[in-house]
Design a binder for this molecule. Structure first.
Ligand code: AMP
Ligand code: GLY
Length: 420
């Protein structure tokens, strides 16, 4: 199988690792990729938001399956452009990608499919936002309706801060803001492969969204993750499949916009039961680095079966090992990150027992050196017989890497019971 993978982050590096280890993959083209992925496939420069350019590239390279990593090309309709050329795509149409692209749309689908989620008000004026804040009370949860790379959500006890974020969201062209009830309890990410009709869950992971230890600081795209979750109920994946993923897939099919690709169910296990926090329409980053590290079933066949409507009956095999990933972020992240600083110690980190490095915001200079080029610069992945052993390996590797001003959380997977 010839595969074209779109994206350049840690998630795509992890996907490329899994695909390149799959004997059914003969060619892996990656656009645009990152320096860490160069050894895994052919890196090609293309504008991943340009559906026609992506379809042209896929056709010219004899691609059998396009795998879309990030959300932006999906929301922009790149999967539609490729599919209309008769090439299989793992990734939803623009219409189905609205599950991530618009929080208001996701709430509407959940209501129609009777999926448990936080009560919410979609507001288009400041007066509506004020009324919704008063209705739910603190802690306030204020979300940009549109895409914001995991950074559009403010959770705060301060009414002023909540209102300021609401104003900022409303100030964007066509802006709307979603204000919702606060959900307590640990968060879990569960990815489901979907073929338009059938959903198949992967294993749950936990992401650490806040920038600093102890769940302090602003929300980020994710600072670390681990899987499996030793504390989670054994039937969690089945429960989420039955109560969340399959009803959503059924509802999307009923609306004539079947969901093909990865449905990321962001969940809170609250004192009142399971609730959906959000949907994403692609693999999560950095959870993918942990989840795919443990998947034994070859990935390419699964993604192709999802793209072709053939997932029915899929049974997945998993490693007994645990995986922990820790993100190294540039100075300034999640605000404006500092870039262009040398990243040292990569080889030493790679040599760590039970660990490896996944690149994200890195760039290779003509002299072969690696410099930082984004907010989340890289992550280490540790694998071990238990979460603590995997954690030790991930941190041992991370501590060998030197990037001036960089920061990372020291408490990823440290307390495998608590919220993150
Ligand atoms: P979202 O972009 O909707 O995933 O939100 C990002 C993060 O904000 C989530 O992972 C949670 O940590 C937090 N969050 C979002 N919605 C809620 C909520 N209703 N209650 C508590 N925390 C929330
Ligand atoms: N780790 C959160 C996300 O991928 O959105």
């Amino acid at each position: 199988m010839n595969i074209l993978l779109l994206g350049s982050g840690g998630r795509e590096h992890a996907i490329a690792r899994a695909l390149s280890g799959d004997p059914s993959v003969s060619t892996l083209v990656i656009a645009p990729g990152n320096p860490g992925m160069a050894a895994l496939g052919d890196l090609v420069a293309v504008d991943v938001l340009d559906g026609r350019a992506v379809a042209d590239l896929a056709a010219s390279r004899g691609i059998d399956l396009v795998v879309v990593g990030p959300e932006a090309p999906l929301v922009a309709g790149v999967a539609d452009a490729v599919r209309s050329r008769g090439i299989a795509v793992f990734g939803p149409s623009a219409a189905a990608a609205r599950l991530e692209g618009s929080k208001a749309f996701a709430k509407d689908v959940m209501a129609a499919a009777h999926v448990p989620t936080a009560a919410a008000r979609v507001c288009s004026t400041e007066a509506e936002a004020e009324a919704a804040l008063a209705e739910f009370g603190p802690p306030h949860v204020v979300k940009d309706d549109g895409l914001a790379a995991g950074k559009g959500v403010v959770v705060t006890d301060s009414r002023e801060e909540a209102l300021a974020h609401a104003r900022a969201c409303l100030g964007k062209p066509g802006g709307a803001v979603v204000i919702e009830e606060f959900l307590d309890g640990p968060e879990v990410s569960l990815f489901c492969l979907c073929d338009g009709h059938v959903a198949v869950p992967l294993q749950p992971a936990q992401d650490f969204k806040r920038a600093y230890d102890g769940g302090q600081g602003p929300n980020t795209g994710g600072m670390g993750a681990y899987s499996p979750l030793p504390w989670a109920p054994d039937d969690l994946a089945e429960d989420v499949l039955a109560r969340v993923a399959q009803p959503v897939v059924d509802e999307m099919a009923r609306r004539g916009t079947p969901f093909v690709g990865l449905l990321y169910c962001g969940l809170a296990l609250t004192s009142r039961g399971l609730r959906v926090v959000e949907f994403n329409v692609r693999f999560g980053d950095p959870e993918t680095q942990c989840v795919l590290a443990r998947l034994v079933t070859p990935l390419a066949g699964l993604l192709r079966d999802a793209a072709c409507g053939d997932l029915g009956g899929a049974v997945l095999a998993w490693s007994e090992s645990s995986a922990v990933t820790v993100v190294l972020a540039a100075a300034g992240y999640p605000g404006a990150p500092r870039t262009g600083d040398p990243v040292r110690g990569l080889r030493e980190a790679e040599a760590t027992d039970g660990a490896y490095v996944v690149h994200a915001g890195t760039e290779e200079r003509p002299d072969g050196s690696i410099v930082s080029a984004g907010g989340r610069v890289l992550a280490t992945v540790g694998i071990g017989p238990s979460v603590p052993e995997a954690r030790d390996a991930a941190y041992a590797a991370l501590r060998k890497i030197n990037l001036e001003g960089a920061h990372f959380r020291g408490d990823i997977a440290a307390d495998v019971h608590s919220s993150c």
